[in-house]
Design a protein around this ligand. Sequence first.
Ligand SMILES: [Zn+2]
Length: 157
Amino acid sequence: MGPRMKPGVFVGYHLSSNSYRVATADGFIQKSRALQSRPQEDRWDAEAIKNIVSTPWSLRIQAGGQRAEVGPRVTPQPAVEREPVPMPRRLKITQKVLKDHGYTENCEQCTHIQSFGEGKPGLPHSEPCRKRIMEALAKTPEGTAKLNKHEQRSIAH
Ligand SMILES: [Zn+2]
């Protein structure tokens, strides 16, 4: 079994590993324990030296930065308005609740109900009204049960 010999360009000798550094035909640097010199007349090969791609700080072949084709420039789309996160379904303040806990001053819906005997569709109770009603409900066992039931339904949905 003879040693496998490949053509290469001698680039140096590595003292600590006692091996030659040889640039092979693909431009990589390889270690070699043994060299066989070419005849004197064809020892210098400029093309082979030009093909060396390894450098002393990078013995591996480096792929150059390749320009990536990303297609034609597109006109940016206007930012999409994000849908607001839906509020958890709020407890409906029924007329029964209002009869039990009273109407709230300066609440449009309470005023409407007092005036017309029914709620105006789509008109919410004011925040202070809602807060007062929720607090009033929480003070009674019946109201607490109603709130808990609503909370469970809200989680389930
Ligand atoms: Zn109200």
